[in-house]
Design a protein around this ligand. Structure first.
Ligand code: NAD
Length: 446
């Protein structure tokens, strides 16, 4: 199969590489020249575990190519994936300008049958808009009854991969959702995904609108689940309960399930915040007030900085002269993605209150440096961040932070004080080791 992937971010590059791994010929196209130059010279431009091995293998095998030229990518392809950004617009709705611009460009260049597959997360009705945009451009080149006018189908194929597990999620998806009303496109999509669902997981076919909504509903549900647990944690703190126990207590009910019940300093990333916002907005446009989503957004915003009042309670409102070590900047472990990361909101409030922050993250420091520059200091490793710091603040649950050298932490910090936004350590062990330890939904160890 000949495939073009437009946009080589977290979704596009993983999609392109994994499809090449299944034997397809893939050309990835991006407008970012620097990124394309990097990929051409064999460098993976994002951090995503296991992607490098597949990337290298498929480039060597001649199945994975990169270009900045849309036409070069599209000409030989029958399937064209759009993995373009859909950031929140000013009013919170998804900005479709990237997707519709490419649809327009495609209308100006395609010469034969193409399936245009929307992998970006887009509001209900976008497949229709892409169809209309592309058809309008074709109208400028061909009459409707012109024999040479190329046919095309638009398919909605939302992506459910998780950053940090993206390769695994793509290679062995729980399910693939395909929205199409075309038999021709359906057959091609079925063939395309067969190698990925050999274990029996379903390729679920439906209409385009249902597929588009499935993605938003999934992300909004997961964001709500996290937020619900954060609310339970907030109650736990006030009534003297332990959220770890409550989590295990409810998670063993199969109807609830064990996953996604970990409380913390809120969800972030490029998807949940914008998708919850976009679903709330598009529901309003459809004359429906999806009230639970407003609460989810509101609660999550507060939760992101839930550690700050605790830090101020300990040190006083002014943090002038205080040096705080921060472990973790990425919005979650195993990624360098810092979009909507709680760490950035915490840094903002801590520095406003006069604190000096010295941070360490295994993968995300370059991105943070690019965004906020010298607003904070960057350490070479997790222990260097602790030198002469007044306390440690934990923002991301990277594996390397889970079993640290507590003696080193104690020796390096001025006082043994930890503010943990990810509940990495047990209360018993913190008490035994003599730390002041505040976490989420559990009693503070003093
Ligand atoms: P990203 O910002 O990482 O990547 C988008 C890429 O598109 C960038 O490299 C950018 O340079 C490129 N681009 C922009 N305009 C272009 C154009 N005209 N032609 C070619 N390339 C262009 O985005 P992402 O995280 O990969 O997300 C893409 C879409 O997938 C979004 O709609 C997102 O909501 C959705 N999604 C993301 C994830 C995730 O975990 N990141 C998961 C599922 C779905």
């Amino acid at each position: 199969m000949n495939i073009a992937v437009v946009g080589t971010g977290y979704v596009g590059l993983v999609t392109g590489t994994c499809l090449a791994e299944s034997g397809a010929n893939v050309i990835c196209v991006d407008i970012d020249e620097e990124k394309v130059a990097k990929m051409k010279s064999g460098i993976v431009p994002i951090y995503e575990p296991h992607l490098d091995v597949l990337f290298e293998r498929n480039i060597k095998a001649g199945r994975l190519h990169f270009t900045t030229d849309l036409k070069e990518a599209v000409e030989p392809a029958e399937l064209i994936f759009l993995a373009l950004p859909t950031p929140p617009g000013e009013d919170g709705s998804a900005d479709l300008s990237y997707v519709l611009q490419v649809a327009k460009d495609l209308g100006g260049m395609i010469e034969d049958y193409k399936v245009v597959i929307d992998k970006s997360t887009v509001p209900v009705g976008t497949a229709d808009k892409v169809h209309e945009t592309l058809a309008n451009e074709l109208d400028k080149r061909f009459d409707r009854d012109d024999q040479n006018r190329p046919e095309f189908d638009v398919v909605s194929n939302p992506e459910f991969l998780r950053e940090g597990f993206a390769v695994d999620d793509f290679m062995k998806p729980d399910r693939v959702v395909v929205g199409t009303s075309s038999d021709r496109a359906r057959k091609l999509m079925d063939e395309l995904y067969k190698p990925f669902v050999r274990q029996g997981n379903p390729v679920i076919f439906m209409d385009e609108k249902s597929a588009e909504l499935t993605k938003y509903a999934a992300n909004a549900f997961l964001a709500t689940k996290i937020t619900f647990m954060n609310e339970v944690a907030n109650v736990c703190e006030r009534v003297g309960a332990n959220v770890d126990k409550v989590r295990i207590g409810i998670g063993s009910d199969e109807r609830i399930g064990k996953r996604f019940l970990f409380p913390g300093i809120g969800y972030g990333g490029s998807c949940f915040p914008k998708d919850v916002q976009a679903l709330a907005k598009s529901s309003k446009e459809a004359d429906y007030d999806f009230r639970i989503l407003d609460a989810v957004m509101d609660i999550n915003q507060t939760q992101k900085t839930a550690l700050v009042p605790r830090i101020k309670k300990y040190f006083g409102d002014s943090l002038k002269g205080k040096k705080l070590a921060m472990w973790g900047l990425a919005f979650k472990p195993d990624t360098d993605d810092i979009r909507e990361a709680p760490s950035l909101y915490i840094i903002d409030e801590l520095t406003k209150a006069g604190a000096e922050v010295i941070a360490y993250d295994p993968e995300a420091m370059d991105n943070v440096r690019g965004q906020i520059g010298d607003k904070i200091h960057y350490a070479n490793d997790q222990y260097e961040a602790l030198n002469d710091a007044d306390a440690l603040v934990i923002c991301t649950e990277w594996q390397i932070f889970r079993s640290p050298d507590f003696t080193a932490i104690k020796n390096k910090l001025k006082e043994p004080v930890i503010f943990d936004g990810r509940n990495l350590y047990s209360l018993d062990s913190m008490e035994e080791k003599g730390f002041y330890y505040t976490s989420i939904g559990r009693q503070t160890v003093t």
